[in-house]
Design a protein around this ligand. Structure first.
Ligand SMILES: [Zn+2]
Length: 81
């Protein structure tokens, strides 16, 4: 990628990040996901193959065909001012 589609900045960096996949009330956190991140606005771009693999693994875990590396607890709060 040569420029950010969101803000037009020409600097995007290869990075690894955390990615949360969400589907009908189920969540799965993926760590160390490769992406390109805009140095200006922070918009992240993932390769189609990366997203496909994430989706595949999410459904493997959801359908109990695969056991995740670990599980975490996540606090939940309803936002109010
Ligand atoms: Zn940007």
């Amino acid at each position: 990628m040569t420029k950010c589609n969101f803000c037009g900045n020409k600097n995007v960096e290869l990075r690894q990040t955390d990615y949360i996949y969400q589907h009908k009330g189920h969540y799965m956190l993926f760590e160390n996901v490769p992406c390109e991140e805009c140095t200006y606005c922070g918009e992240r771009y993932y390769e189609a193959n990366t997203l496909k693999k994430i989706e595949k693994e999410f459904f493997e875990v959801l359908n109990r065909k695969k056991v995740p590396s670990r599980k975490i607890e996540m606090p939940v709060e309803v936002f109010s001012m």
